[in-house]
Structures are given as C-alpha cells and as structure tokens.
Design a protein around this ligand. Sequence first.
Ligand code: KG4
Ligand code: ZN
Length: 337
Amino acid sequence: MTHFLAIETSCDETAAAVFTDELQVLSSVVASQSDLHARFGGVVPEIASRAHLRNLLPVIDEALSRAQLNLKDIGCVAVHNTPGLVGALLVGVSAAKALALALDVPLVAVNHIASHIFACRLAAGRDIFPCVGLVVSGGHTALFSCDTALSMTLLGGTRDDAAGEAFDKVAAILGLGFPGGPAVEREAATGDPKAFDFPRSFIDDGRLEFSFSGLKTAVLYACHGQDVSKATPPPAGKKRADLAASFQSAVVDVLVMKCKQALRKTGLKRLAVGGGVSANKPLRFALEVMCAKEGAELFIPPLALCTDNAAMAALAVEKWKRGEFAPPDLDAEPNWL
Ligand code: KG4
Ligand code: ZN
C-alpha cells in the first residue's frame, strides 16, 4: 500500500492530509487563518503567505502523527499548485517539492478546483463519474461536464464575482464580519427571503454563466440608498436578517437553476457540488429538491470536505496510477480558468 501526504495552501487555510492509494483518508488537518484576516474584511495575500510559512510544518507533523505514520512511510507527495494566491500556493509547492526530493518519492500536482469535485467522490466511496460538477467557492463559480475525475470540460463560469466572494462582500456590507458565508447564513435564518426582490442574473437565459456583482450592488443600494457616499451605519435587526435572507435566496435560486439547466443540457443524471459555498444548508436543501424532481443523483460532501482541505487532493491517486508525476521545477500557477 502507498501512503500519500497532501498539502493545500492556495488561500487562507493551511492544510495537510494523509491517505492511501485506496482512497482511505487517515488524517486531515486544517489550520484556518480567518482570525488573522477578519479585521481587514477579506484575505490579505501577504499575511496568508506568511501564516502558511509559520503553520505548514506543524500542520504536516500533526497530519502524520494523527495517521500514526512517519515521513519515511510516505510514498508520494501531492500538492495543489493551481489556482489560488500565488504567494500562498508557492509555500505549499516549495514544501512539497522539497519533501518529494528529500524522500525520493514521486510528486503529483493537483488542480484545486478538480479536487473540490473529487471531494464528492471521496465522500461517496464509489464512482460518481460522469457527472455535472459545480464548484462554488470564494474564488470560483463554475459548471463542468466531468467525464472522469481528471477530464473536466467547462460549461460556464462567472462573468464577475464568485458566489463565495458575493457572500463575503454582502457580509461586509451588512456588518456581519469575515468569513461572510457562514455569517450570512446564520443571519438569514431569521429573515424573510421574499422581503427584497433582488436580481437573479441570467436565470431565464440558456447560457450556463453566472453574474453576482449586480446582486451585490442591489444589496448595497437596499442598505444605503443609491448615494453610497452618504455613509450610514449597517442596518440592524429585522431589516438586516431580511436582506441576508433575500440575498441568500437569490444566490441559491441561480445556482440551483443553472445546475438544472446543465443536467438537462448534458443529459447527465449525476450532480457533484463542491467548494466552500456548498456548506450552505439552504443551498444543499434546494439542490436535493431539484435533483429529486429531475431524477438525478446529488453528491455533496460533508461540511469539512466542502471548504478548503488537503484530503480532497486524493485526486492525486488517479494521476499517480497513470504515472503523471510533476517535474522538480513545478511552479505555482495562480490562474486556471
Ligand atoms: O472553497 P473555499 O473554502 O475556499 C476557496 O477555494 O475559495 O470557499 C470559501 C468561500 C468563502 O467565500 C466563504 O464565505 C464561503 O466559501 N462559505 C459559505 C459558507 N461557508 C463558507 N458561503 C455560504 N454559506 C456557507 N455556509
Ligand atoms: Zn477551494
């Protein structure tokens, strides 16, 4: 049996995991940097890189110790090298290259977006391909037709903001803090999703693309009026809960409708959803209802596998089986789509 050590440092989570070539996850450790970025209302790239430098080796040690293994037991090193913040990715990529070289084992480079879909395969414990894949994270919102774990064709992405980015920005507008997704979801729980009629971009339009920046601006105007130079304090009480609920409902409607259109367009009967926003409970529920109506099977991982982690890099096993190893001069690639 081969043991893999995987590293994730693409944004603001420093993560390491140990798994086997049979996709058994022995440990998955995530050190969140949320507290460091909270006062800035978003991820500060330089702070993220420096925190990865501080946290990565202890996180790797913890992953090995929870798996009850030593470095000498590792037969392959995997790393997310794209997409993400370049300085943040570079920390993980450099550590992975050094480890693979020192241990004299293969290095496998994995795409973070493909890994978010693979998290569904990992959680399901069985094959999920071919399927429609939706990745909804802080940096990406995109639909794919996935023939296999390693062959994904883009059906459509966002024209502007990603869904998670919209959650984070709306949380800032509403004074709910960072990270925004969970805060907006909590606030929305007591609000009326019909209180504000926010736009649902491209919803009746056949193209499988997304746009969330108009929705974000609509929330801003609903809070402060159109002259935002006249700063007013963020709304409170019922208005804030109603704004959060109406915003969340608009995002959920669009994501669910586009998944439905993608299933119909491709004729596929499986939907795999990954990325931080897929932790959102109203979205999960609405996707379940839609898939049941469409006769499609929904794959959506447990919360810990939705947000950034290194266990989902078990996609590396597929590449390792094919002998697709990364060269020793592997680079961090910030852009992918
Ligand atoms: O996949 P992820 O952990 O990191 C990236 O690759 O970007 O996604 C992070 C994003 C953030 O924008 C965060 O606000 C959002 O996922 N998020 C949520 C929830 N939990 C995290 N959005 C909505 N509802 C949630 N419960
Ligand atoms: Zn991610």
